[in-house]
Design a protein. Structure first.
Length: 385
């Protein structure tokens, strides 16, 4: 009896610790009994514009982009703005200076990668560049990916950068084009056009060249940088450092934001199918499922406007280990998603009403950092048990 009472008491005690999160998408499964951390927010830097991307240099410096076209270096309480960026950065609409990432071998080769939008003929273009930093100045700029100039409304650039364990570079690109309307008769079929760079997750060598083992998609005669297609506006991309998988999150229309496991040659459906509806209320598809279309592992309805995606491999956050964290712009919270056997087990709301969460990353020191808007700031999440 004493042992049974102890187990009941321990179970109750552990469950009572879940004060910092609540389930947002219920799928029948037990709530984890492991201790959940309470989170204290430590503001690292603040009073900036929209901080779109950030990454961590080996000496602890934080390199961060601002949508307006600024590149900052933060260290020991001081921000230094770097010079030498391309002079054609255009921040109209959803564009600007966007993501940034260090090469996995940055210590030896010094390469930094960034995405930005420019204009050609009045239309938006997405660029992926790499460069080196010398004396707070950008040097040796190489443009290794450039989209077609078809983004008439200057929106849905997508634009996250991640490297896998083999050093392959993945780039998410939104659908661009003339509109964001969904449906089989949509005027924007970029995401389904396998000869078009918009609406894709690209995979390339670190210099932008095409890997020989990339898929040969139907209608093409050779591989291209396109690794998967049918994406609407993928603003989250992350490596699962345990499994080696690449995961992506993207904006749906009205409802139907997605979390996807990226698979070679897979079609993720936009604009043909969606769990959401168009902004005018008209359906995108009678069913979110269709033969030949890879369904999302998780979907958010209503839309959280997902931006930024992190995988937690750190031991610092207790039962959060193995989860994914997705930033929410519209609903202003951080979503934690537990996945098992490529299916959602539970999803939780964290840090509700903290503001528009633009990006989220696990740093090399194992702590999680988020970028939040208005004002632009980077916040370190401190776990307390």
């Amino acid at each position: 009896m004493k042992t049974a009472f102890s187990i009941i008491f321990l179970t109750f005690s552990l469950l009572s610790c879940k004060t910092n999160s609540e389930i947002s998408t219920a799928i029948d499964s037990p709530i984890p009994l492991a201790l959940e951390p309470k989170i204290e927010n430590e503001i690292v830097l603040s009073n900036r514009g929209i901080i779109w991307g950030f990454d961590f240099l080996p000496n602890g410096e934080i390199l961060f982009t601002e949508k307006s076209g600024k590149l900052g270096l933060f260290f020991e309480g001081k921000i230094t703005e770097l010079t030498g960026l391309p002079n054609d950065i255009n921040s109209e609409g959803q564009g600007g200076l966007l993501d940034i990432a260090l090469h996995p071998n940055y210590k030896t080769n010094g390469w930094v990668y960034a995405t930005y939008s420019s204009l050609s003929g009045g239309n938006g273009v997405l660029n992926l560049i790499r460069f080196k930093i010398e004396n707070n100045t950008i040097k040796n700029i190489e443009n290794i990916f450039k989209s077609s100039a078809t983004n008439k409304w200057k929106g849905h650039y997508g634009s996250r950068i991640v490297f896998d364990k083999k050093g392959m570079l993945y780039l998410s690109v939104g659908e661009g084009g003339p509109s964001s309307y969904g449906g089989e008769s949509s005027p924007n079929q970029n995401a389904q056009n396998v000869k078009e760079g918009w609406g894709k997750v690209h995979r390339m060598l670190d210099d932008g060249k095409i890997p020989s083992d990339n898929p040969i998609l139907q209608g093409n005669t050779s591989p291209s940088t396109i690794f998967s297609f049918g994406h609407r506006n993928p603003q989250g991309l992350v490596l699962n450092t345990d499994s080696g998988e690449i995961w992506e999150s993207e904006h749906g229309p009205k409802g139907g934001d997605e979390l996807n496991l990226i698979e070679k040659g897979a079609n993720y459906g936009w604009p043909l199918v969606s769990h959401g509806v168009n902004y005018d209320g008209k359906i995108v598809s009678n069913s979110p499922l269709k033969a030949g279309i890879t369904a999302p592992t998780h979907q958010w309805t209503p839309s959280i406007a997902t931006s930024g995606l992190a995988y937690i491999s750190s031991e610092k956050y207790g039962s959060w280990k193995g989860s994914y964290l997705a930033g929410g712009l519209a609903l202003k919270y951080l979503s934690r998603i537990e996945i098992a056997k490529d299916k959602t087990v539970n999803a939780y709301k964290l840090l509700e009403n903290i503001g528009r969460v633009r990006n989220v990353k696990q740093a090399p020191d194992g702590f999680i950092y988020i970028a939040v808007e208005s004002p632009g700031r980077i916040i370190k999440l401190i776990p307390k048990f």
